[in-house]
Design a protein around this ligand. Structure first.
Ligand SMILES: [Zn+2]
Ligand SMILES: [Zn+2]
Ligand SMILES: [Zn+2]
Length: 155
């Protein structure tokens, strides 16, 4: 099975930090980095590899027991700056994943949560509100806007 979407969980030695390690030419190296070089190429200087599968998995916010660290699927790896990598570990989606409500106080229930392709959660109610505002601002819903004005909605 070579499904590019699946995590390739490394079954060799795992470091205390949870990363796979492999001996190459007498040196111990990160297994995922070796896999990346093998399938894709050199990691550009100054960049480090970020596990996209981890970044996208909103439920995975822990570190050393994270199974993604063992993933050596090169298509799950993206070279990023160290700064970006750090930012992602505190990334909005990971932070959001810990929140139970959107900034407007709507609950992130399964029905009310839309997960964007980049893994960020979006409140459906806010989406509806935003599109209602959008249509209200165009001429298409002029009478609805008038109606809202009568109801004294100033927002
Ligand atoms: Zn993966
Ligand atoms: Zn993970
Ligand atoms: Zn909301």
């Amino acid at each position: 099975m070579t499904d590019a979407n699946e995590c390739w969980i490394y079954t060799g030695t795992i470091t205390s930090q949870g990363y796979g390690q492999i001996g190459v030419e007498g040196k111990v190296r990160q297994a995922y980095k070796v896999a990346y070089e093998l399938f894709i190429g050199e990691v550009p200087p100054g960049l480090e590899l970020d596990h996209l599968c981890h970044t996208r998995d909103l439920k995975c916010i822990s570190n050393s027991d994270c199974r993604h660290r063992r993933c050596v699927n090169p298509w799950h790896l993206e070279p990023v700056t160290q700064r970006e990598n750090t930012r992602r570990s505190n990334n909005p989606s990971a932070v959001n994943a810990r929140k139970t409500h959107c900034i407007h106080g709507h609950e992130f229930s399964p029905e009310n949560t839309y997960v964007k392709p980049n893994g960020q959660r979006q409140c459906r109610q806010c989406g509806r509100d935003a599109s209602a505002r959008y249509f209200a601002s165009t001429g298409r819903a002029r009478d609805r806007r008038a109606r809202q004005r009568k109801q004294g909605d100033q927002s």
